[in-house]
Each structure stands twice: as C-alpha cells, then as structure tokens.
Design a protein around this ligand. Structure first.
Ligand SMILES: *[C@@H]1O[C@H](CO)[C@@H](O)[C@H](O)[C@H]1NC(C)=O
Ligand SMILES: *[C@@H]1O[C@H](CO)[C@@H](O)[C@H](O)[C@H]1NC(C)=O
Ligand SMILES: *[C@@H]1O[C@H](CO)[C@@H](O)[C@H](O)[C@H]1NC(C)=O
Ligand SMILES: [Zn+2]
Length: 376
C-alpha cells in the first residue's frame, strides 16, 4: 500500500530542487485551500490538495501537514536542531510508584474508552471530533476539581479547525523543565473521514485512556512534583500531526524547557501467536530517553521491551517534539509491523481480535512511573 521506494526516489528527485517556500506563496496557496505536506526528512515540503492529502492517508503514507506551522523566514529548509542524547538517572522511587500503580483502575479506563468510542468518529474537522474534545476536557477537568490541593489545571489548546487539543497540567514546585506524556484524541475512517464510523479504540483511544487514568491516579495519590507534569491529548494527528506540531512550536517559541516527552499511540493490541512485548520505536526519538523508558519498563511492568523496527517519518506525535529539538520517546503496542491491522477503519473496536485490556493496562503503569520518576 505504500509508495514503492523507486517511485518514491523519483518523486524526491523532482521536489528536491525546489526553493524554500516564500511568505507570498504560503499565503496564496493556503487561500486556495492547498496544504503544505512534508513527506521526507530533509526535503522541502510540497503542495497538495485536500483530496491528494486524503489519498496519502488512505495509502498509509505518513507525513507532516505543515501548513499552519511552516516558517517562511527560517534560513533554509530543515532548520532542525536535533535533540541531544539526553541522560536520565535510574528509576529510584519504587515504593512510592508501586503504591500508586496499585490504584490504577481498569474499569475507569474501560468506561473512558466506552465513552470515546461512542462518538461516531473523532475526526479533527467533524462535530463529533469537537464533541470528543469537550468530553476529554470535562472528564479531566472533573478529576482536577476533585483534588483542588494539587493545583492541577485543564485547558483546551484551540486550533483553526474545530477539534481542540487538551493539556492537563500538574504544576511543580518549580517552573520547569516540564515532563510531557502525549496521546492523540482523533480517529479516522480512511474511506470517509468526515462521516464514516471510526471508533478508534486502539488508535488512539487506548493511549488516550492511559493518560486519563494516570492523571487521576497521580492526583488521587497527592502527587506533588518538583517539576511540572503535563498530559496532552492531540487533535489532528491522523491529518499530519497537526495538534502536536502547533503545541511543540508554541513551547519552542515561548522558550519552554521540556525534560522529556513520551508518546502513547496504540497500546492495546497483541498480535495472535506473537510474544507480548512493548516495542520501543527507534527513529525520530532521543536514544537516551528511549533507554530510560526501557528501564522504567524493566522496573515497573510485567512486560519485556524490545527495540522495534523503525516506524518511519511523521509516524506519530513524538516526531513533532523531536523536530523542535526536544527529547521524545515512543513505547508502542508491539514491534512496528506486528501492530493492529484494523486501525483507521470501522473495525478498530474493543471486540477486535487481539485487543487486550491487560496489555493496555501496562502502559498506564509506565505512564504513572514516567511522570513520577521524572517529575518528583
Ligand atoms: C474502579 O472504578 C470504578 C468505576 O469506574 C469504581 O466503581 C470502583 O469502585 C473502582 N475501584 C476501586 C478499587 O477504586
Ligand atoms: C462513560 O463513563 C461513565 C462514567 O465515567 C460510565 O458510567 C459509562 O458507562 C460510560 N459509557 C460507556 C458507553 O462506556
Ligand atoms: C467507513 O465507515 C462506513 C460507515 O460509516 C463503513 O461502512 C466503512 O466500512 C468504513 N470504512 C472503513 C475503512 O472501515
Ligand atoms: Zn495513531
């Protein structure tokens, strides 16, 4: 289903001679409804119609839609500052973290996922996609309100499209650097994004409910971090990492320091006949943070981890943070390639073969441990 690599290199040869995009070109083409799409690392983005963009999505071709974040005045294409190989101490708060892990409640995650999958879809431009933002903001807001002493806040990060991203923040006793755990709240039916059924139970309802329950469990335990911890639910991941790019860019512009960003995108599927593992994605991540996540898994999960094959350019929201020079990591539901084949369809449900609540549960443990160990 992907473009063959020979076709791809022809396409790349054709576009790589382009000059960087000017402010005038950006304005003119955006007004025409064109989208600026980055398909490959180190190559200038190209203009696509909405239909061409949908074709890419149907072909499972990952990309960044940079239309709203592209910097025409940046010196050259690809002005990335690559993340340093960050170093992190070994996990050392086993007593406190294990006590919180004991309070993680699977029924809560089942209820959250029941509510999220009940929306016809959570597409970033649909009314039900916008309603899903309201639901997440309300649910996280109700949790924060139950623990006022935490000072936790929930805000909607608005975009130019209807579905907002959501940020739930547990303040630190100092202002930073912040530890972020992300998931994407949108879902997509690739044959009919606006109106088709897309329960998105695994992609990415699973990561979304992991975040909600980790947020709840930490607040219920009276967690008071030294440095802030944020849970972020991104809008429009399926449409080119839209929400995460906007937020990562705004953090960079504000000079916000980020200690670590961990993405949870698809945490519930175990391929029948394959050993159950957590796959650590090796590309567009920070190697030091990724090995730290491995040590968190060793310390707190019953699962083993393995290094996954690459998931590729623009594969999930960790890449938006990586592109801004922040350290990110991405523990995935399996080795890439052994993942859920039913995503982006009406069949991505909790009753699908391979959907595993006990597998999903382990990622809530990893989220709690990651937040606690890095925030405390
Ligand atoms: C887990 O959550 C459910 C509601 O989702 C609640 O009824 C139950 O009491 C909770 N269990 C524990 C041990 O807190
Ligand atoms: C939605 O969540 C509420 C409580 O949080 C729960 O009582 C209800 O059953 C959930 N709905 C679905 C469809 O799971
Ligand atoms: C998209 O949704 C329609 C119904 O809403 C469904 O019949 C179709 O199978 C879905 N497409 C995919 C790829 O699941
Ligand atoms: Zn996803």
């Amino acid at each position: 289903m992907k473009l063959s690599s020979s076709l791809l290199s022809l396409v790349l040869a054709a576009v790589s001679v382009r000059a960087a995009i000017s402010e005038a070109e950006l304005k003119e083409n955006t007004a025409k409804g064109l989208r600026l799409i980055s398909l490959e690392d180190g190559v200038d983005p190209v203009w696509k119609t909405e239909d061409e963009k949908l074709e890419l999505m149907r072909a499972h071709r990952n990309f960044f839609d940079m239309t709203e974040v592209y910097e025409p005045n940046a010196a050259t294409a690809s002005p990335k500052s690559f993340a340093p190989l960050a170093t992190y101490p070994s996990p050392s708060h086993q007593t406190a973290v294990n006590a919180i892990i004991k309070t993680i409640n699977l029924s809560n995650m089942q209820n959250y996922l029941g509510n999220l999958t009940a929306f016809n879809n959570r597409y970033y431009k649909s009314t039900t996609g916008a309603a899903a933002t309201d639901w997440i903001a309300k649910t996280a807001g109700d949790i924060a309100a139950r623990y006022p002493a935490s000072g936790a806040t929930v805000t909607v990060f608005k975009h130019s499209w209807v579905q907002g991203s959501i940020i739930a923040r547990i303040p630190g006793t100092t202002s930073g650097p912040v530890t972020i755990i992300g998931a994407h709240m949108d879902s997509i039916n690739s044959s009919n994004p606006m109106n088709g059924r897309a329960p998105g139970a695994d992609d990415d309802g699973s990561g979304s409910v992991n975040l909600m329950e980790a947020f709840r469990a930490l607040l219920a335990a009276g967690f008071k971090p030294t440095t802030p911890v944020e849970f972020q639910w991104y809008s429009g991941e399926e449409a080119g990492l839209l929400g995460s790019q906007a937020i990562a860019k705004s953090y960079k512009a504000a000079g916000t320091q980020v200690k670590a960003m961990m993405q949870l995108d698809m945490t519930a599927y175990v391929k029948p006949g394959v050993k159950e593992v957590i796959g650590l994605v090796p590309d567009y991540v920070d190697a030091g943070l990724t090995s730290y996540v491995g040590s968190i898994i060793d310390t707190y999960s019953t699962l083993d981890w393995t290094t996954s094959p690459k998931c590729g350019y623009g594969c999930s929201d960790h890449a938006s943070w990586y592109n801004q020079g922040y350290p990110s990591a991405f523990p995935f539901e399996s080795r890439y390639g052994d993942h859920n084949p039913l995503i982006h369809s009406a069949s991505d449900t909790i009753t699908a073969t391979g959907f595993s609540w006990s597998h999903l549960f382990e990622y809530a443990k990893v989220a709690v441990a990651f937040a606690y160990e890095l925030g405390i």
